[in-house]
Design a protein around this ligand. Structure first.
Ligand code: SAM
Length: 307
């Protein structure tokens, strides 16, 4: 893990191998321990991060993809997303509260209510970052249940792991994994799979939905909490103004990183709207798919079942 302070907690957290892993965890230099500098674009040189197995594929989505409003080489996207979240990890929770005026907590609470999670269940939170959902799921499933907090980014996962261990969550595993493959996890393992504000960062969303379907048990459900398309046009204009002006300024002041928050605003606009995402879930074989708009469609919770 990335610094000495965290080692004892890491040992404490990984005393038992996770019952969900289909194979040993990937090895290699963690993210945040940069190896070489790589020219990612003409203008910026960003560090090169090692990513979990299954990352860096361009076999499905073609040679180019979007990163916010920019078109970039597909193989560079995960590096650039990794850089964003490595850069913001320590200030992520504070920024979330400030940017959403605390409303993200209500969105998450709604998603948790829709999850129908019960004692003894097995839950996977993908792109779980600093662990807001996993912390609640840990309490809800109780000692007989198990929660996996998973993320592609070690900096984010470190913050989440420290936070949840401090909160006494003893039934949580912490696993680096790419949502596109969920390679460490065996088929039919989880009663509930969630991804909150993570899917829009994933390069190949169809592959990610297929992987989520694979790891769900029959009868299990998927919940996707994500920014979406506001339903009321005048509100949409105001929201654009806020996102493209205020967010980068707040990012600069709080996290000393305007670019990452510019990416946040752009990536929200590039994400599939409510109906498109529902169709993508159906293509991945999910049944009885539906969605609920929150705060006028700024955010939506999509739900689907593996039958
Ligand atoms: C905006 S944060 C959301 C964190 C948390 N789920 C929440 O709701 O606060 C997005 C997270 O997605 C993760 N992420 C981005 N691409 C990913 C991928 N391909 N696989 C898994 N996680 C990914 C990032 O590392 C980051 O932690």
């Amino acid at each position: 893990m990335s610094n000495e302070k965290q080692t004892p907690k890491a040992e404490q957290a990984s005393a038992e191998p996770s019952p969900f892993l289909s194979s040993p965890l990937p090895e290699g230099t963690p993210q945040g321990q940069q190896q070489t500098l790589k020219e990612i674009t003409q203008e910026t040189a960003i560090p090169y991060y090692n990513l979990p197995r299954g990352a860096g594929r361009d076999d499905y989505v073609g040679e180019t993809t979007h990163f916010g409003f920019s078109t970039i080489s597909t193989k560079d996207k995960e590096q650039k997303v990794a850089h964003v979240f490595h850069s913001v990890a320590k200030k992520y929770d504070l920024m979330n509260d400030l940017m959403s005026f605390g409303i993200h907590r209500l969105w998450k609470r709604f998603a948790i209510q829709m999850s129908g999670v019960r004692k003894g269940q097995h839950v996977l939170d993908i792109a779980g970052g600093t662990g807001d959902l996993a912390k609640v799921f840990s309490r809800e499933v109780g000692p007989s249940g198990r929660v996996v907090l998973s993320d592609i980014n070690e900096s984010m996962l470190n913050v989440g792991r420290d936070r949840l261990i401090d909160a006494g969550c003893g039934n949580v595993d912490y696993v680096l994994a790419n949502a596109e493959s969920l390679e460490p996890f065996a088929d039919n393992s989880f009663d509930l799979v969630t991804i909150s504000f993570g899917l829009r960062n994933v390069t190949d969303k169809d592959a990610a939905l297929d992987a989520m379907y694979r790891v769900l048990k029959p009868g299990g459900r998927l919940l996707i909490l994500e920014f979406s398309k506001p339903v009321f046009e005048p509100f949409s204009k105001l929201y654009d103004l806020y996102s493209f002006t205020a967010l980068p300024v707040m990012g600069k002041i709080i996290a000393n990183d305007a670019e990452s928050y510019k990416y946040l605003a752009e990536s929200i606009r590039m994400h599939p709207d409510q109906r498109t995402l529902k169709g993508m879930m159906e293509n991945a074989q999910f049944q009885n798919c539906d969605y609920h708009n929150l705060t006028g469609g700024i955010v939506a919770v999509h739900r689907g079942f593996k039958v």
